[in-house]
Each structure stands twice: as C-alpha cells, then as structure tokens.
Design a protein around this ligand. Structure first.
Ligand SMILES: [Zn+2]
Length: 249
C-alpha cells in the first residue's frame, strides 16, 4: 500500500494550476478535461470518492477563492496537501488570453471575480515551486484531515457505520432527558449547541468500548454533559464549592 497523496491546487484561471498538476507524479483531476464534460456534479462526485480511497495518488484543480470553499473542497476529497497558485492578476489575464479556448471573455471575468472574493484566513500555503518541497508542507490547520472509512472501523470506532446510526436513532426516539443533568433535551437544536442531543457511551471508546455497543450501554445526553465527561473520565469533573472559599476569608 503506497502513501495516500491527494493534492488540492487552488487559484484563479490562468494561474498555471494545470501545468503544475501535470508535472506531478499523480493522476490529474481537471474539470476542463473532456471526461468531465458531463458537468460539475459528476466531477465533484469523482473527487468525493477520492476521500475513501486508501491508496489515492491524485491532484485536483479547483478555484477555491475563499477559505470556506477551500475547506469544503479539501474535506470532500480528503486532501492531504493544499496549495494556492496565485501569480499576479496581469499574468492570469495574459495566460487566459493566450489560450485556445472559446471562453476567453468568461475567463477574464472569472479572474476578476476570483481576486475580488479571495481571502486567506485559512493560511493555505502557496505552491512552493516544486513537488520536492511541496511534499513536506502539510495541509493547513483547521482542515478536516481525511479519515478513510476502512481505517476507522479497524480502529474499533463504530461511529460512521450504519449500525451505529440506527442505534443513535433508536436512542433519540426512546429517550427525552439527559441522563446526566436530567434536563429535557430539545432534539431540534443544532449540533454542538450546549443543550443539543448527543448519544453518550457509558463505556468510552477510548477505554475499550469498541464496536457498536448494545442499547443499554448508550444513553441520551446533552452536548455539554457529553463533552464535559470526555473520553478518558468515567465521572464528570466535580468543581470545588465556591462557598468553602468564601467561608475561609
Ligand atoms: Zn445534560
């Protein structure tokens, strides 16, 4: 099994992404290639499949002008590396104008749009000039690192499997209150809201509760109670009472 390499190249039209991609020892995913003439959806689906390929060796060309667009693309394809290719706007216009393409005018407009939308909040690294150097630059912090489905199940973490999702739905259907703080859980609250619904493992995964647990080992918990308990502790943290401190003053 080779090392999984999925490189995402972001930049405006005419930036030279295709030239860079073709210089790499990887399979190129370029939306402009005739095999993707069926449209963006087909192309995107092919990229999403890359995420679950443990041996993927690919480079994908995307526009990705904003941090959020890049984060989405990187997550979708499970990219191991991401780079921005941004020459000056003039260079892009020049390159786009010298292409044998019918959509030259569209290209010029898209270059302008790209630069207008561009943000660098994610600190995505710039293409360093060679694959030799690029290989040592890991994708920026904040991006979801790829988790290949097979690896995940091998590690014993059941979340993500169909059986786990079924069990989770059963807990949501059968329980109404957080088993820790005993408050009613509003199941319509968005994920990560402190009072949103979660399923709590009575035996944490990190303590050997691997595989999909039986029904009696999982309970409904609010997000704050579940996250406070953490993976390694069986009991919630007990804080020192403030009244004790006040008494001693
Ligand atoms: Zn609670």
């Amino acid at each position: 099994m080779g090392t999984r390499l999925v490189v995402a190249l972001f930049g405006p039209s005419g930036a030279g992404k295709t030239t860079i991609a073709r210089s790499l020892p990887l399979t190129v995913f370029d939306r402009d290639d005739p095999q993707w003439s069926a449209g963006e959806t087909v192309f995107r689906q092919a990229l999403k499949r890359l995420r679950f390929e443990p041996d993927a060796q690919a480079v994908a060309i995307r526009s990705g002008a904003t941090s959020s667009a890049r984060a989405r693309a990187v997550t979708d394809m499970g990219a191991t590396h991401a780079f921005l290719v941004i020459p000056s706007k003039d260079v892009c216009h020049y390159q786009a104008g010298h292409r044998r393409r019918q959509d030259v005018r569209t290209s010029h407009a898209s270059i302008e749009t790209w630069y207008a939308k561009f943000d660098h909040h994610d600190g995505c690294p710039m293409w360093p000039g060679s694959w030799e150097m690029a290989q040592h630059i890991l994708s920026p912090i904040g991006y979801t690192q790829p988790r290949v489905r097979d690896e995940r199940n091998k590690a014993g973490d059941p979340r993500g499997t169909r059986a786990w999702r079924r069990l989770r739905e059963q807990v949501y259907a059968e329980e109404t209150h957080c088993w820790k703080c005993c408050t009613y859980v509003d199941q319509t609250l968005p994920p990560r809201h402190p009072k949103s619904r979660t399923v709590d493992h009575l035996i944490p995964i990190a303590m050997g509760g691997a595989g999909v647990p039986p029904r009696e080992q999982v309970r409904l918990a609010c997000w704050s109670c579940n996250s406070r308990r953490g993976a390694g502790r069986a009991e919630p943290i007990k804080r020192e009472s403030l009244s004790v401190m006040l008494d001693s003053i």
